[in-house]
Design a protein around this ligand. Sequence first.
Ligand SMILES: Cc1cc2nc3c(=O)[nH]c(=O)nc-3n(C[C@H](O)[C@H](O)[C@H](O)COP(=O)(O)OP(=O)(O)OC[C@H]3O[C@@H](n4cnc5c(N)ncnc54)[C@H](O)[C@@H]3O)c2cc1C
Length: 421
Amino acid sequence: MQGSVLVLGAGMVGAACALELQRRGLDVALVDAREPGSETSHGNAGVLTRSSIVPFNNPALWRALPGLLANESASLRYDPAYLLRNIGWAMRFLLAARRGTFERTVAALDPLTRLSLREHERLLAESGQLARLRRDGWMFLYRQPPRTAGMRLQLEVYQRCGVEVEELDPAAIHALEPALRPIFARGLLIRAARSVDDPGAVVRAYAELFARRGGRLLRRRAVGLERQARGWSVRFEQGSVEQAQQVVVALGPWSAAFLRTAGLRIPMAFERGYHMHYAGAADGAPALTRPIHDAQAGYVLSPMRRGLRLSTGVELNDLDAPPRHAQLEAAQRAAAQALELGRRLDENPWKGARPTLPDSRPMIGELPRRGLWAAFGHQHIGFSTGPGSASLLGALMAGEPAPIDPAPFAPQRFAGLGPPS
Ligand SMILES: Cc1cc2nc3c(=O)[nH]c(=O)nc-3n(C[C@H](O)[C@H](O)[C@H](O)COP(=O)(O)OP(=O)(O)OC[C@H]3O[C@@H](n4cnc5c(N)ncnc54)[C@H](O)[C@@H]3O)c2cc1C
């Protein structure tokens, strides 16, 4: 394995990659324009679960499509102009909902999530963050009996993949979460799911562990990269340059724009999302103890250190388009029916973007340029699957047998991204 590596991006994916490559004896620098874990890996719902192996583009999406196209649903909204500009991506995303591609995605994500949960446990222990980890599961809640096709598919996948599920009636929901009002007809408890109370702090702790072990943390914004005779040079804002034999691009939603500077086109779209924190119930009243997904209302509520974090479904839009708060407002109205939210704690809603490739699998592997590696595209599950992605990447970079099948994640599955040369 060649010696020096620059890992660009210190979100969950980049921080985990830096730790893994360091563990393998490489000389690693981890670079971010901001403090580690300040972007998507900060703003998520903090859920670590194998139940996320069913991607948004699954065969049940076809039936839901007419309702979603109305553009008023809490779980999916879109900017029509953005969708038209990215119609190729949208068609491929829809086509990947067909049974064959969907099954390949489930078969790929299942071992990745299993591996990631094990690796997270190890990294949480090594970075002194185990106290942040809750092991009491997470819940899908349904106000009306759910549509059978989607539900049947979800349960069938869980059964096949050994994701244990407990079906809940209203009394069981109340027993688990007395803070919830009795508006839910049915629930599913994924008991083995875990969650953390501050995702950004977990990433910071992973980056600090990397630094304590001798890794270099650089606070710089990368603006381009060029191939050199023996490796790569990365240019940063304000003109500085770093050279390394290999570069890992783990820039989350910014990866595609950055790789255009190396002449590579990555089929990535942005599933934007928002969050807001709330103070919760008054002292003495029951509080939510685990994350819940109000499936038909399309939001997630997670108890966090800062307060109750309400996060929204998907808004397909440009990464930098101005925020649109209608979806969050709708989620807030729906969540207020479910429990006492209390007052807002943030001045403005947080906005982020899930980086998504058409088949809902991350891209992990060597790009068509030798020594340039991809670790991005983790859509809704990058906080969970960063550590497993790092294990896979580390084995591929070392030329060792991979811990899981790398083929479904290879850049070369997309036309235009040929073998490295
Ligand atoms: C609302 C919401 C809820 C979610 N809930 C969950 C969940 O419960 N569980 C789960 O597993 N996943 C969840 N996700 C998805 C998850 O958050 C992402 O998949 C994951 O955080 C992506 O991590 P990343 O490291 O690839 O990207 P990021 O965390 O975005 O990291 C990329 C880093 O690159 C840096 N950067 C960007 N450009 C440059 C540059 N030019 N130079 C230097 N640095 C740069 C950024 O500062 C950033 O730190 C959710 C996402 C959203 C939006």
